[in-house]
Design a protein around this ligand. Structure first.
Ligand code: CP
Ligand code: NVA
Length: 325
């Protein structure tokens, strides 16, 4: 199976399978496509490091709609477009007519007349689907309440760089299972042959439909999905440990309740003793030291969070190139 994937990844005709497509969730992509994207990201990263120009998107424009805050997503998409020879326009929902009630479908149709691609960060996943349905240009999901697929592409690239492989590794996610990172990690891991375990408190388990689909995909591609309430069971022999904030954007009024619910789900040195000795630690950032992770872990020798943040740029340039070039 993995040999077949390797062979197909070398097939440049795969490029045409991305052109004009949307990038909404990783379950829409085959293992071959995900591995091909990672290869593209590696090539673009090497070109950028060598200072070689790579203007694959010369003259192209990306519109970026933000209904939530962002540091990494906004800057990495904007810089990525610039490095690819194109341009990005930041569209805050506070400023555009969408924020005053103009419909998503009209916004999609109008913006499709001006720009070559749209990136959107919003609340309901259905809003991104609606935008994609009515836009005649590719739409990229820059985070919804349900999914964060561009972040997980950067995570996979980071794991590949540090571990030299993806298939056969065990990834453990501790914390809020019913969150965008947990869902996209599940969908991504099973496609690349990584086993994934998720430990969350009762009431915060991952979305049932995404879990079921991931378990099914895992059976097809040789990976397992385990969901548990027990962090020690989940982290045992893990190669990769991931966590995320306990309170995601839009959930601020639940902060106190969540601090209590997640108090025994902190990634700390005591818990990490159960993982493999050479584990790596990932966090999409922003992080809350002393809540979901201790400073000792996120600022310690196992942490690769800043490589991960940098890889947003390289992974997204690959997505942009394949969808828009
Ligand atoms: N990880 C991530 O998406 O960061 P931002 O919210 O800063 O974009
Ligand atoms: N789960 C977090 C991710 C931030 C990048 C949130 O949605 O706020």
């Amino acid at each position: 199976m993995l040999e077949a994937i390797k062979l197909n990844v070398n097939n440049k005709s795969m490029m045409s399978s991305f052109k004009g497509k949307d990038f909404l969730q990783l379950s829409d992509f085959s293992p071959e496509e995900i591995l091909f994207l990672l290869e593209e990201a590696k090539e673009l990263k090497a070109l950028q490091k060598q200072g070689k120009p790579h203007p694959y998107l010369s003259g192209k424009v990306l519109g970026m709609i933000f209904e939530k805050s962002s540091t990494r997503t906004r800057v990495s998409f904007e810089v990525g477009m610039l490095q690819l020879g194109g341009h990005a326009i930041f569209l805050s929902s506070r400023d555009i007519q969408l924020g005053r009630g103009e419909s998503i479908s009209d916004t999609a149709k109008v913006l499709s007349r001006y720009v070559d691609g749209l990136m959107i960060r919003t609340f309901a996943h259905e809003s991104v689907e609606e935008l994609a349905e009515h836009a005649s240009i590719p739409v990229i999901n820059g985070l919804t309440d349900l999914q964060h697929p561009t972040q997980v592409m950067a995570d996979l690239l980071t794991i590949l760089e540090h571990k030299g492989k993806l298939a056969g590794l065990k990834l453990c996610y501790i914390g809020d299972g019913n969150n965008n990172m947990a869902h996209s990690l599940m969908e991504g891991a099973v496609k690349v042959g990584m086993d994934i375990t998720i430990a969350s408190p009762p009431g915060y388990l991952p979305n049932g439909t995404i879990t079921e689909k991931s378990i099914k995909a895992g059976k097809q591609f040789g990976s397992t999905v385990m969901i548990t309430n027990d962090p020690v069971e989940a982290i045992k022999d893990a190669d990769v440990i991931v966590t995320d904030v306990w309170t995601s954007m839009g959930q601020e009024e639940e902060t106190e309740k969540r601090l209590k619910a997640f108090s025994s789900y902190q990634v700390n040195a005591e818990l990490c003793k159960y993982a493999k000795e050479d584990f790596i630690f990932l966090h999409c950032l922003p992080a809350h030291r002393g809540e979901e992770v201790t400073a000792e872990i996120i600022d310690g020798p196992h942490s690769v969070v800043f490589d991960e943040a940098e890889n947003r740029l390289h992974a997204q340039k690959a997505i942009l190139k394949l969808l828009l070039a």
